[in-house]
Ligand binder design. Structure first.
Ligand SMILES: [Zn+2]
Ligand SMILES: [Zn+2]
Length: 264
């Protein structure tokens, strides 16, 4: 199946994106790839999250909102644009780091349970079980959040970002039953599972087929979860592996009805 949307794109508004992450560059890429929908998802979260204070202070709401009129203005029937955000999990509050009033400002919201390089206690690094348990807790708390109805998708689930060891070890430690429990609830809540193509960078088609993500996504599908694809672009080179979205969709035998409503 050809995937014609990308709902995980960071612009220059995100502190971690580079100067090529402009709306103009992304629109040119979207046209080249034949995309019909693109969702901008700059980072946004409460400025007082332990471990990430400096990062989220750099993304106050007014800062992110400056993109909204541009997204509205540049959206066309052929290439529909959405104004969203990738927010954060707030470990201390065991909640999502966005208020209802803030959430109302966005067309879509994704929440990662795996920005563990920023928000997880540093002494968990190296303790694989604690690392896994932290991500499972973050995932469950996100589903149980009072703002869960605003959440469109779980961003790059269990892909521990900037992990100093192979993060796939952590995914392999999670049992099918644990995944099923989480994905049953994800489906029940109407929250989609993001397939973030950045994990495929440098992988061959065979490596992608044999990879630990495929059985995880198959379990999500079995539980009735819907999917949304995202490049996690932080620059104008990031879409080099986006064609892998089509390959993954085929490996999972995805059809239109398996996609989240917003990206169909
Ligand atoms: Zn992320
Ligand atoms: Zn991202």
């Amino acid at each position: 199946m050809k995937i014609t949307h990308d709902f995980h794109v960071h612009t220059t508004l995100s502190l971690c994106a580079n100067e090529t992450a402009t709306v103009d560059n992304y629109l040119a890429i979207a046209k080249r790839l034949g995309l019909k929908k693109m969702g901008f998802s700059d980072h946004f979260g409460k400025p007082d999250i332990s471990g990430a204070r400096g990062f989220y202070r750099a993304h106050p709401l007014e800062h992110n909102l400056s993109l909204k009129p541009i997204v509205r203005e540049r959206s066309t029937p052929e290439l529909q644009l959405y104004f969203g955000c990738e927010t954060e999990y707030f470990p201390l509050h065991r909640d999502v780091a966005i208020t209802e009033a803030e959430a109302e400002q966005f067309d879509f919201i994704t929440v990662p349970n795996s920005h563990t390089h920023m928000i997880m206690p540093k002494d968990y690094i190296g303790n694989y079980q604690k690392h896994v348990d932290f991500m499972i807790q973050a995932y469950e708390d996100t589903l149980n959040s009072p703002v869960s109805r605003y959440i469109t998708a779980m961003a790059h689930p269990f892909d521990a970002v900037c992990c100093p060891y192979d993060y796939k070890i952590l995914i392999r430690m999670i049992s099918d039953d644990q995944f099923k429990r989480l994905f049953d609830k994800t489906a029940e809540k109407g929250i989609a599972v993001e397939i973030n193509t950045s994990y495929t960078k440098g992988m061959t088609p065979q490596e992608i087929a044999d990879d630990v993500h495929i059985p995880m996504f198959l379990l999500a599908k079995e539980c009735g979860c819907k999917f949304i694809f995202g490049s996690d672009a932080h620059d104008d080179q990031h879409h080099a592996c986006f064609a892998n979205a089509d390959l993954i969709a085929d490996l999972l035998s995805l059809h239109e009805e398996d996609l989240a409503e917003i990206c169909r």
